[in-house]
Design a protein around this ligand. Structure first.
Ligand SMILES: *Cc1c(COP(=O)(O)O)cnc(C)c1O
Length: 457
């Protein structure tokens, strides 16, 4: 076996050419999406009015374990991938742990996160279909940025509905999106019926992801040759993100690394799902016994305190019904600094796996997360995104446990992105004004009351 280098970069011909479709190996598949009108499983054709056709095909694919990445997407991936798998020697030393810690770093591209992996794929398929424009929503701005980069590359127009509070807090994100040619509207806006309705009811609202989704879908339905794309939650997004897990697995096999624990942060579930998928597939097949740990913010605990139920993906209740762990589409999380983790629901694939006991989820409080982020930055040199730092926090906890028990575990975590656009969050941590917010049961009840009660036969 070759000696493990500090940073593992696969060579071009070692980079996997296939995504991994975990649904093909899941014993219990996720429940189908339902049409909210009829409560029957939604038809592909209905979904193709909103989403790109090939992405709908992928969404429904439960049989092909490997799906080839088209050459037109691999061309883009060659610019931004492979991402490195890095051995956290300095952090290990700092923690004085016998554990080996590795992290898969997705923040090396300009958009600064893993989201570009799916953005590139989605825009490629839109172009192949002959579409001319796309709409989307963005919360913290990472998805909008990634999509703008992909749209510039493939030559597609882009309109982004950006949650108003984020557009105000992160003017630089907006500037990057505009530099790549995207048009940004703070949401709610007066450009859609959904936006006007929300503004009328609540003129001072700072917006929410759910509301921005409603606006973006409305435009996609009304405009010719336009579709709506989204950056997490959906099965096809998880599929594209499995390039992270595929590369990680190839690197592990090349150097004989056998992970005991794999950790990732969970917003809608795409980076965690993508990282663990090929390893989880083998766990389902009885070939490994890896412990998988998802981490979510204590302020938006979709898995650990949510309900496994059919719910809408957006506040405006325009999406199909999705069976997932949810806090209710009406749940408005407190303004936590990990913007990318503020979604009421979570991937149906991960929801089903979690429900069936294949992995555990922990919550982390914001100040503890920034404490871990700061330690990590000082040891490893990388300024991590607040979202990713949830995974760092739990990886450090596990490494400290190893110090106490003397176990030499191998821990891998997903470092989903960089924190250069999150400096106001770091400022509030540094000057001591950052607070922790944990919703009460009463707060959660309000969200739960927005989950539709269905009479499913
Ligand atoms: C968007 C985002 C997340 C959360 O989204 P997932 O779909 O759960 O991966 C996590 N980290 C970063 C850096 C993000 O931009």
């Amino acid at each position: 076996m070759t000696k493990v280098p500090y940073k593992i970069y696969l060579s071009e011909n070692e980079v996997p050419k296939y995504w991994y479709n975990i649904k093909a190996v899941m014993k219990k598949k996720p429940e189908p999406m339902l049409d909210p009108g009829t409560l029957k499983p939604i038809e592909k054709d209905a979904l193709k009015q909103i989403l790109c056709s090939e992405l709908v095909e992928q969404e429904f694919n439960t049989t092909d374990k490997y799906i080839e990445i088209p050459e037109g997407i691999r061309e883009f991936y060659r610019m931004i991938r492979p991402s490195p798998l890095i051995r956290a020697y300095c952090l290990e030393k700092h923690l004085n742990t016998p554990a080996e810690i590795y992290y898969k770093f997705e923040g090396t591209n300009t958009s600064g996160s893993h989201k570009l992996n799916s953005a590139a794929a989605q825009v490629y398929y839109a172009k192949e279909q002959g579409l001319t424009s796309l709409t989307t929503e963005t919360g913290a701005g990472q998805w909008g940025t990634a999509l703008a980069m992909a749209c510039a590359f493939y030559g597609i127009d882009l309109t982004v509905y950006m949650v108003k509070v984020s557009a105000q807090q992160k003017p630089y994100r907006k500037a990057v999106i505009e530099t790549y040619g995207g048009k940004v509207y703070p949401s709610p806006s007066d450009t859609t019926e959904a936006g006007r309705k929300i503004l009328k009811e609540n003129p001072n609202t700072t917006g929410s992801l759910g509301c921005a989704i409603s606006e973006a879908i409305e435009v996609a339905l009304k405009k010719e040759n336009c579709r709506y794309v989204l950056g997490s939650v959906m099965d096809h997004v998880i599929l594209h993100q499995t390039i992270i897990g595929q590369e990680t697995k190839a690197a592990c096999e090349k150097y004989g690394i056998q992970p005991d624990i794999i950790i990732g942060c969970c917003g809608g579930g795409s980076n965690f799902g993508g990282l663990i998928a090929p390893f989880m597939g083998e766990k389902i097949e009885g070939k490994n016994n890896i412990q998988f740990i998802g981490v979510e913010p204590a302020s938006c605990p979709s898995f650990t305190r949510g309900k496994f139920a059919y719910d809408f993906g957006d506040t405006g209740k325009t999406t199909p019904l999705i069976k997932m762990y949810t806090l209710g589409s009406g749940y408005i999380p407190s303004p936590n600094h990990a913007g990318g983790l503020r979604y009421h629901g979570i991937s149906p694939i991960l929801s089903q796996l979690y429900h069936d006991g294949y992995f555990e989820v922990r919550t982390a409080e914001q100040t503890k997360v920034f404490e871990a982020a700061t330690t990590f930055a000082r040891c490893e040199g990388i300024l991590p995104a607040p979202e990713s730092s949830h995974a760092i926090k739990v990886a450090m906890d596990e490494a400290v446990k190893c110090r106490e028990t003397g176990e030499k575990k191998t821990i891998i975590f997903g470092l989903s992105g960089t924190g250069y656009f999150d400096l106001s969050a770091y400022m509030s941590y540094n000057d001591g004004t950052m607070t922790d917010y944990i919703p009460t049961d009463e707060d959660l009840e309000k969200g739960f009351s927005s989950i539709p009660s269905l009479n499913l036969t």
